[in-house]
Design a protein. Structure first.
Length: 173
């Protein structure tokens, strides 16, 4: 009987935790899917940025594409694919302009407006590769969001980039 009093609360706790994770992952995915459409804005250095989000693979994946041009004239194009991994986990694979592929798992703020993806592994890297370590989406409102990127640029040198994006006028109509 004593073991039942211990086991039952533990079982209920695990069940509630699993149900919350499933709701949180799906809710976060739905929140990110609300970004579908075209976006424009500025990066941390004030350079113009264009971004787009669209559902692909029968709405099971959200594809994000970010395009910008650096002062040197070099164009950057990054793709991220966001999807559920079972009912309890939301993943993002980032295909960087440096030819690395970083995988990250999501956590969500209590208010659901901030979704943070943190690094768990990557491919096609060397110790000198640049790769993404964290991406934080903050959804300000239906027509405004930010993306706060953290990169490790070779041998652990951290850099940050903030994209401040607004839905394009054509996408708002």
């Amino acid at each position: 009987m004593k073991s039942l009093r211990i086991a039952l609360p533990l079982l209920l706790s695990f069940t509630v935790t699993a149900a919350f994770a499933q709701i949180s992952a799906q809710k976060s995915f739905d929140q990110l899917k609300s970004l579908a459409g075209s976006w424009e804005g500025k990066d941390s250095a004030g350079r113009p940025v264009q971004a787009s989000f669209r559902d692909v693979a029968r709405d099971s994946v959200l594809m994000s594409e970010v395009q910008r041009e650096f002062h040197s004239g070099v164009k950057s194009n990054m793709i991220s694919m966001i999807h559920l991994d079972g009912p309890n986990r939301l993943l993002l694979t980032h295909y960087c302009m440096d030819a690395t592929q970083t995988r990250m798992a999501a956590t969500t703020s209590a208010d659901g407006k901030t979704i943070t993806f943190d690094f768990f592994d990557d491919t096609n890297t060397t110790p000198d590769s640049t790769n993404t370590r964290r991406l934080i989406f903050t959804i300000v409102d239906a027509n405004h969001h930010t993306e706060d990127w953290t990169f490790f640029a070779g041998r652990g040198k951290e850099t940050k980039e903030l994209l401040d994006l607004h839905r394009t006028e054509a996408a708002q109509k």
